[in-house]
Design a protein around this ligand. Sequence first.
Ligand code: NAD
Length: 388
Amino acid sequence: MPGAARRRIRLAMVGGGEGSFVGAAHRVAARLDDCFELVAGAFSSDPARALASGIAIGLPGDRCYGGYGGYEQMVASEARRDDGAEVVAILTPNHLHASVATACLKHGLDVICEKPLAVSLAEADALVQLSAAQQRLFIVTHTYAGYPAVRHARELVAGGALGELRVVQVEYAQDWLATDLERTGHKQAGWRTDPAQAGPAGALGDIGTHAFHLLGYVGGAAVEQVCAEVHTFVPGRPLDDHVQALLRLQGGARGMLWASQVASGEHNALRLRLYGSRASIRFDQEEPDTLWFTPLGEPAQRLRRGALDSPGATAATRLPPGHPEGWYEALAQLYRDFAELWHARAEARVPPPWAQATPQLADGRQGLAFIDAVLRSHSAGQRWVSLQ
Ligand code: NAD
């Protein structure tokens, strides 16, 4: 028997206009599983560019909202329409995430928000409160949580395959900010190195939060304390371009996190290693179809996407083994998770565990708690501090 017919969820975007990095990726991700229809957008702070961006992808002009505060007009007007947007993807520089999300929640719209969730822990906490009061769905797009190998690793760890977790090591190394690219007019480098738009954290907020999330997502144990240093290598840059942190985790594990955007020769090297009393696992997002699992005293096992049998990996796999999947599919998985959560709510049923495994508002909030703790530790002369 076929299930009940499902219609596409009506999606709007804030940010993601022409020339943006992540906008087109979100549009691909939202379309991949045919669960969404893009109906509106406030794509840019520049009114002409906002309109041109929407027209170029087939939106009618009256659903393209322009200007710096265009998102407020968009949210109010879409919430009033019978055919208006039901969820908003927030793809702007970081300083606007909380304002846009607040406007969405106040108008009863669900939210798909880019990371970092906000630019302060206070903003993040306010969003948690408002979202709970408004009973909205709110996911945060930590893309790497969408990989089948990552979901499989999470289930392996949760099922006890590593034994007692002892040592964790996560790193996120890039080199695209190894020079003062921001002074050349490079748009993405410009706002990421400007505290007014990026918030108080540079590499720490931009990629450190991804590393922190991946560690918690797979390892399960919360980071309780950090002893950290942030550093700026490129002269004149007002934000950090490197962070290194020692970690103490719930349950006694110890470890390290470093994230750097000046690591010459590295492109998008997000790598995780977890060592337990019985086995270890290793994941490298530049080879996302592979997960290494090594039981103590045995040869390393190369586990490959397409042959991973956990429910989480199965639900996140679209192609058979040997047909590579990658970053777009990982982001698409978060959209698929969201759609499943959305339909489950509409049908008053409990969503499947694989959909509940999507990164949510609470995870975004923890990212801000990590930023806050790292900056407090650094300011105190690299002292151990607890996450709030
Ligand atoms: P970008 O500079 O390429 O794009 C930002 C977009 O926001 C532009 O289209 C800009 O016009 C628009 N914008 C700015 N102010 C606006 C306003 N007031 N109203 C409407 N639109 C406005 O930046 P990006 O690299 O795409 O990053 C955007 C967000 O996505 C950031 O928060 C970043 O951290 C995040 N990001 C996440 C991933 C991931 O893997 N999940 C990857 C890249 C970026």
